[in-house]
Design a protein around this ligand. Sequence first.
Ligand code: SAH
Length: 366
Amino acid sequence: MMTNQDSPAVIDEPRRQDLLGLPKAELAEVLAPHIDRPYRTEQIFRALYERGVTQLDSMTELGKGLRERLGTVFTIATPEIATRSVSVDGTVKYLFRLSDGATIETVDIPDGQRRTLCISSQAGCALACRFCVTGYWGGGRNLTAGEIVAQVLTALQGPNFRLEGVNLVFMGMGEPLLNLEALSKALVVLTEKISRRRITVSTAGIIPGIEAMARWTVRPRLAISLHAPDDERRTRIMPINQKYPLADLMRVLRHYPTEPREKITFEYLLIKDLNDAMADADAVVKLIGNLAAKVNLIPLNPDPVLDPEFQTPPNSRVDAFRRRLMGQGLTATIRKRRGDDVSAACGQLRATDREPRGFRRSNLRF
Ligand code: SAH
């Protein structure tokens, strides 16, 4: 018979609660039983998001006793930096290892006075877009709000830590609108310091998620990964289009509330001979021309795991495509390729803690 004494000596320590990613009201709630004065919440919130403090013990404004007590219940869960790769263009790619071993990538892109962090929302992606390395690796779990916020805090660590002025794009690994709860909570926290206008959430077109975002009081900017102007081609390269086809997507976007001068960004990957014809530019104009929209053209970043038929169009074609859109009154920009020498460019982020799933269905040919 097993007695208490036979049971393993080490009893699993109860998991300490992560303080990151809690909106101020929730932070106050979880701290309440453990703090002596209500203003401690504000002190802790500031330490986290104004100074980037990642150790409770470094919050010296709290007094040693309180710090120690809090340390038995709470943690500030920053990820382990598994690798940090610096591109010749200054772009920094982090491979972060999370508490359960899952890995994600986060990219820090300096651009003159600007700085943009490309944030992951899931530890993988189930959508299996044919041009995207994250999709090739397969789905992973949702990140918590704390894990989303921690990417930002960890990437910004240093003597000049400052959230204000940084741009955030949810264009890393995962589909943010399939992780709405954590996303919205992380945004409530981050928009305390970062203007909502500096934050962009990019989606492959998850309609219920867009409808949910439309109801948020603090809305970041919205970007839609369009990539093809008709259902036939879009479904071929983005299987999610079967579930949320273009007509439905456009109907929802027509009702999406934008601020007076705000535009929805349509990201359009240019793939040689697949979607880069002048007729395709015309079709894009027809599709989105009557929305408050702008287009961000992304010349395909190749990767060895992708189908070799996915090639980058020549620059002349990219420029011509842009001019064709502009000629019909659409604002269009071309996304600069950054960090590709360290596989940090768009579509090149991958999970490394497991084998890739690959693209199961072989309907790739075009
Ligand atoms: N799931 C969301 C968020 C990821 S964003 C979405 O689809 O919008 C990732 C961005 O990188 C998307 O605009 C995507 O289309 C783009 N991308 C993916 N693979 C790419 C590649 N091989 N080259 C260039 N851009 C790519």
